[in-house]
Design a protein around this ligand. Structure first.
Ligand SMILES: [Zn+2]
Length: 414
């Protein structure tokens, strides 16, 4: 932080954040249900994290519902729920155009980020994501380094603040469906600390492994052992490391191994007539091979004059359904932008998912029993810091408090 005052702070979306006295790395491990780290530590494959948590902070937090990637990553970097930043899913029905579109364009983002504010204040900021879909949102209006592992070969100084990345990280371009994609993110983070020493770095991985492998299984433990090696390297380079997740992950299949799905469009067609309603699945994105676009959260648009409360009551009685709320109640409870959700919000139980119609979900790419997320049952995530923290006073922590915890609550910080 050459020439930057230690007393510097920035205010972002109503909260003040102090500039760190040492490089601070916030890691969002995609789909990291708390049991992943618990089981990996129990198996002895995360020796660094085990030791760090003995003196650091080993907390739990609640993520944003819908427990999907984009709403939560944006909450983490803005410090606020989707009602404030506007990103309520990966995919939505744009009320201005009547079209279903991806919500990964920065035009949908309504607030600035903590990252951009620190960069504007003169700190060195770096962001590395696994998938490119998050890069433009996370790096919106941010000066500094921002690139994805997915498109590392295409990075340029003009667009990403860095180029020649495959040589820099000394790894080949990873496949988008691989554990390598996340390993590239960590390896890049270590190299950035070694060479450019950003004051603040945000790393965001992909949940490819978590969608296929339960906590404590050999592949999952190998993945977390990889993470541990990189966290240890960052610690050796003098960084404070804070780790959370965008959402958890649960098994979504029955005793026979088949997915447990409520096909909501089929149910609503039978109830209110074919074509009368429109079910939107905000998990939808271009990379659906590993979950078939099946998650535990859906929203539905009803015809004008429909009795939303009555429909909600009937849907609530379906086996596997946890909760159905009308749009107003859902926006209040989950702090969502009302105009970006439908007339109903449905959340399925822990081991169930919601679909539209069976013929619209291609499950042929599922080579393991379905694991997914989106619901209230995937809300619990880790919030860990490699240093002790203080002054949280037992408040309900959210994953989007992680910058507050890591920057404002380190024990012993001036
Ligand atoms: Zn995710």
């Amino acid at each position: 932080m050459d020439g930057i005052s230690r007393d510097l702070s920035v205010e972002v979306n109503g909260r003040r954040y102090r500039a760190p006295a040492q490089p601070t790395v916030v890691v969002c491990v995609d789909g990291s249900e708390p049991d992943y780290t618990t089981e990996a530590i129990r198996a002895g494959v995360m020796p660094f994290l085990e030791k760090a948590l003995a003196t650091g902070a080993d907390l739990r937090a609640d993520c944003v519902v819908p427990s999907f990637t984009n709403p939560n990553n944006l909450s983490i970097v803005t410090g606020r729920p989707p009602a404030v930043h506007g990103i309520a899913g990966n995919y939505f029905l744009n009320p201005e155009t009547g079209r279903e579109v991806m919500m990964n364009d920065p035009e949908f983002l309504r607030t600035g980020t903590i990252l951009a504010a620190f960069a504007d204040a003169g700190l060195k900021v770096a962001v590395v994501t696994a998938k490119d879909k998050l890069r433009t949102l996370l790096g919106h209006r941010m000066k500094g380094i921002c690139f994805s592992a997915e498109k590392a070969d295409k990075a340029s100084i003009a667009e990403n603040g860095i180029d020649d990345l495959l040589a820099f990280v000394d790894r080949p371009l990873p496949s988008v469906y691989s554990a390598d994609l996340s390993e590239f993110v960590f390896a890049a983070g270590v190299r950035l600390l070694e060479t450019k020493r950003p004051d603040i770095m945000y790393l965001s991985t992909t949940d490819y492994i978590q969608h296929k492998h339960a906590p404590g299984t050999p592949v999952a433990n190998a993945f977390y052992a990889m993470i541990d090696r990189h966290l240890a390297a960052m610690d050796r380079l003098g960084a404070v490391v804070a780790l959370t997740a965008d959402h958890g992950m649960n098994a979504k299949f029955g005793p026979d191994g088949a997915p447990q799905v409520i096909y909501l469009q089929t149910v609503l067609d039978a109830m209110l007539g074919e074509g009368a309603t429109r079910v939107i699945l905000p998990i939808t994105d271009p990379y659906v091979v590993h979950h078939g676009a099946l998650g535990s959260f859906a929203t539905a648009y009803l015809p004008a004059g429909a009795d939303a409360a009555a429909v909600a009551a009937r849907l609530s009685a379906l086996p596997g359904m946890e909760l159905v709320l009308d749009g107003d109640a859902a926006a209040r409870r989950f702090e969502l932008p009302r105009e970006r959700i439908g007339d109903l919000v449905a959340v399925s139980e822990r081991n169930w998912v919601l679909g539209t119609r069976a013929d619209r979900h291609d499950l042929s790419g599922l080579d393991a029993p379905l694991r997914s997320h989106g619901g209230i049952s995937e809300q619990r995530v880790p919030l860990m810091v490699t240093r002790a923290v203080t002054g949280l006073d037992g408040r309900r922590l959210r994953n989007f408090d992680i910058f507050d915890v890591a920057l404002n609550h380190l024990a012993g910080a001036a």
